[in-house]
Design a binder for this molecule. Sequence first.
Ligand code: PLP
Length: 414
Amino acid sequence: MLYLAKDDPALAELVKNEENRLETTLNLIAAENHSPHSVLEVMGSVFNTKTIEGYPGNRFHAGCINADQVENLAIERGRSLFKAEHVNVQPHSGTSANLAVYFSVLKTGDRILSMSLPHGGHLSHGHSASITSKCFDFSHYKVDPETERIDYDQVRQMAHCLKPRMIVAGASSYPRLIDYEKISIIAREVSAFFLSDMAHLAGLVAANLIPSPVLYSDFVTFTCYKTMMGGRGGVILCKKRFGKKIDSAIFPGCQGTSAVNLIAAKALIFKLAMEDKFVQAQKNTLENARVMARLLMEKGYHVISGGTDNHQVLIDLTDKGISGRTAESVLESIGIILNRNVVPKDENASGKVSGIRLGSSAVSARGMGDDQMREIVELMDMALMNLTNTVIIDQTKERVLALCREFSINSKVN
Ligand SMILES: *Cc1c(COP(=O)(O)O)cnc(C)c1O
C-alpha cells in the first residue's frame, strides 16, 4: 500500500488495522472467507478503471480487447468448473443476480415460492424489506419444527395450491443439504421455473464435495466471497435456452457497466478452484464444521437440525438464556467473530434473534483442523458460560490470540 500511504496515511492506517484485526481474531462468519492475495491483487488492478457495457464482441465503448478476453476466460472456466450451459459473470452481487433471474422470465406481480427468512432463506428471496417483495408476490415454505429440515411435502403442497411461476431453493442459514432433484420435480409438476441460489455453497460445490444444483435447475446463482474465496460479486449459471434472457436482464436490465476487476477475480478463482489446495481447504471446511457441531452438542448446545452437512453450524441459544446479540458481542470481545442469527422459533416474535451462526471456511483456509476446532468450541463455551467473569474472559482472550499467532493468514492462505 505504498501509494495509499503517501496519498492518504489515515486510510492506509485503516487498511493496516484491518489486516491486523483479521490476523488477531478468529473469523467464524459463515458468509466470509480469506481470499488468496492474487485475488486481491487482480481486484486492485487497472481493470478497475475500464468501462464496459454489453458483452464480449458486442461492446458500447472501444478499448475492450483485454477486457473481452478476461470476461471470456471467466465464462469458459465457470462453464467447465460448474458444468453449466451458460454463464453470466457480470452480477455485482448475489442480490443483483437473483433480481436478474426473476426479471428474465417473470412479469412483475408473478408468484414465487421460496424459503422463509427465519427458516434459513435470504432477503433477496422476497423478504418484506427487500425490493424483491415489492416486485413479485412471494410465499414462503418452512422447515419442519421437529427435524428443523426442509419439509418437502409442504413445498409440494404449497406449490400445487399456489401455482407459483418460480420456485427458489437455497438459503443463507441452513446447515443441511438441499434435495435439488426433489424440488425440481415439484417445479415441473406445476410448470414453475426453478432457481437454486447456492451463494453460501459454491466453493463446496466447485470442489465436488456436496451435490451440485446445476443439472436440476433452470438457473443457479451464487456469490464469490463466501465458501468460494474469490472476492465480491455474483454469477448466474443457466440452461442455454435462457442465456439471452439472462444476459439482457443483467445488462441493460438491472445493471449498467460491469466491474472488470471483479470479473477477472472470478476467472482467477475458477482456475484456483480446480487445484488441490482449494479442494483441500473445502474438505477441511466440511470436516471442521462437523467437528464444531458435534462438540457443541456434547456441551449441551441446541445445534439446529442436530448437526451440519456444510460449512455452517446454527445454534439456538434460547435454552441458555443468552440472546444472539449478547453472544455475538461477548465473543467479539474475546476475538471470536461471528453473527447473531434468527432461528425458526423467532419467526413470530418481531425483532427477536435467538441464535448465532458459525462458519468454518475462514479458519479452515487458515489451516486449522480438529484440535483447533476443539479449542475454539472450548473457548466459546467458557466465554458464554462466564459472561461477567473478567478473569475467565481475559484468559479466553489470550488463548484466542495464541491460536491466531500459530495460524497466520498470510502464510497459510497464499
Ligand atoms: C449471501 C447471499 C446472497 C447474496 O448476497 P449479496 O450480499 O447480495 O452479494 C444471496 N442469496 C443467499 C442465499 C445468500 O446467502
